[in-house]
Design a binder for this molecule. Structure first.
Ligand code: SR1
Ligand code: MG
Length: 432
């Protein structure tokens, strides 16, 4: 028994799920019928948790259980199942603000660390859709709006500090998951660690370069400090394209077990990184030039849509809400001069969020290429030379963002730069 678990905790199997669900309040109302009518499918494909879909003639549910280990690695990598509490608390906090941009949570079981939630159908994981070359007109816009709403309403702009501090304290207990982020995102890619992987031998030079270059390591250290010390808002903590489920006309953000208070740019950067990865990886998915160009243009358009949706929504929320938070009290900004000063403050605030966003995006690109958890976008490219070439382009952009941040003044400047790094090549020394 893992020592943080209640002795009643048990790992649930598909066969026992109907009777287990029947013991929970409200489940029969959603599924109808009796447990013998309920069909269970094991659909886990993320790194950490068990996930089941349960169907009945009348409806469906999704059941997610936090295992006391990292699912893809096995029991030799223990991990507290308490993460489900933080995921459920995150969903509950954001629900009033993000509404139907997230699945509805029906029930949380604090003994077995199970969340019973809305089954999303016919949604698919955004990453899979992008790899398949599908287009989702609302995904980027909705994800930007989701981040804006969640961040604004949990920040010092909207909350009195007492309420915010209580949540800072609650989510500060999500330390096992934050340790994964600190190690896997910010630290491991720059040192030799057993779990790092990369496309070898093609990216050996890049891997060695990232481990030895003080310019990149000091930039990463500054942003790691920001991640650890900046309690700007309640963030999802792992908001990549695998954490977004989509149809052509619906978007839902899932999997908030890495939730904590942190810089808003961390979530924005995660999504941005994965859209950029999709751009570089596409060369390994589509060989016909016009089709490749067209899909890449779609991705770049969606990157602009994503940032602008976040920016505009956040600004509207800030402008339209009575300033209930303690950061910028209304009494300090009365009249036309006060309003003018607030406009400048808002612009500077969002400018800083943009700087954070691109830096975290760069750090997240690097961790997905020379670290532990690699991305299907690249892994589906069977030709290793082609895969490494695409990855090197992404690494070169990331390196430039971290070491020459002033070149990236706005989202247009970033988008402009993407294709310039496509043929950066396998030798990073040639770039500097
Ligand atoms: C051991 S967990 C590895 C990664 O999977 C999750 O999706 C997070 O990105 C984490 O860093
Ligand atoms: Mg996740």
């Amino acid at each position: 028994m893992h020592n943080d678990l209640n002795s009643a905790y048990r790992v649930l199997s598909a066969s026992e799920l109907p009777d287990y669900l029947d013991s929970l309040p409200g489940v029969r109302e959603v599924l109808g019928g009796t447990p013998s009518d309920w069909r269970v499918r094991d659909v886990a494909d993320g790194n950490l948790n068990a996930v089941f879909l349960v169907d009945s003639p009348a409806g469906g549910l999704c059941v997610k259980q936090a295992l006391p280990w990292v699912r893809v690695h096995g029991e030799s990598w223990p991990l507290t199942a308490e993460r489900a509490l933080f995921e459920y608390s995150y969903m509950a906090r954001l629900e009033p603000f993000v509404g139907c941009l997230a699945p509805k949570a029906y029930h949380f079981d604090p003994i077995n660390y199970v969340i019973v939630m809305e089954k999303l159908e016919p949604h698919i994981i955004l990453r899979k859709g992008l790899i398949a070359g599908q287009r989702f007109p609302l995904a980027a816009r909705d994800t930007g709006a989701y981040i804006a709403a969640g961040a604004f309403h949990t920040s010092d702009l909207a909350l009195p500090f007492e309420r915010k501090f209580n949540d800072v304290a609650l989510f500060a207990r999500n330390q096992a998951l934050l340790r994964i982020t600190v190690d896997l995102v910010f630290t491991d890619p720059y040192v030799e660690v057993w779990r790092n992987r990369w496309t070898t031998p093609h990216l050996d030079q890049w891997t060695q370069f990232l481990r030895s270059d003080f310019a990149v390591k000091s930039a990463v250290a500054d942003h790691r400090r920001n991640y650890l010390s900046n309690t700007q808002a309640l963030i999802h903590g792992d908001l990549h394209t695998g954490s977004v489920m989509v149809t052509e006309d619906d978007t839902r953000v899932i999997d908030g077990e890495f939730a904590s208070y942190g810089p808003i740019g961390f979530d924005l950067g995660a999504f941005l990184a994965n859209m950029l990865v999709a751009w570089y990886a596409k060369a390994g998915h589509i060989s016909e030039a016009a089709a490749l160009h067209s899909y890449r243009q779609y991705l770049l358009d969606q990157i602009a849509v994503f940032w602008n949706a976040f920016h505009d929504r956040f600004l509207v929320l800030w402008e339209s809400h009575e300033l209930a938070g303690d950061a910028y009290p209304q009494s300090h900004f009365e009249g036309a001069p006060g309003a003018a000063r607030l406009r400048k403050i808002r612009a500077a605030y969002l400018d800083q969020v943009f700087k954070d966003t691109i830096a975290f995006a760069a750090i997240k690109i690097i961790r997905r290429i020379v670290g532990y958890a690699q991305l299907a976008d690249f892994e589906v490219i069977e030709d290793l030379a082609l895969r490494a070439h695409a990855q090197a382009g992404a690494l070169a952009l990331a390196y430039s963002i971290l070491t020459e941040p002033d070149r990236y003044t706005d989202i247009a400047a970033l988008i402009d730069a993407v294709s310039r790094f496509e043929h950066a090549g396998l030798n990073p020394h040639a770039l500097i």
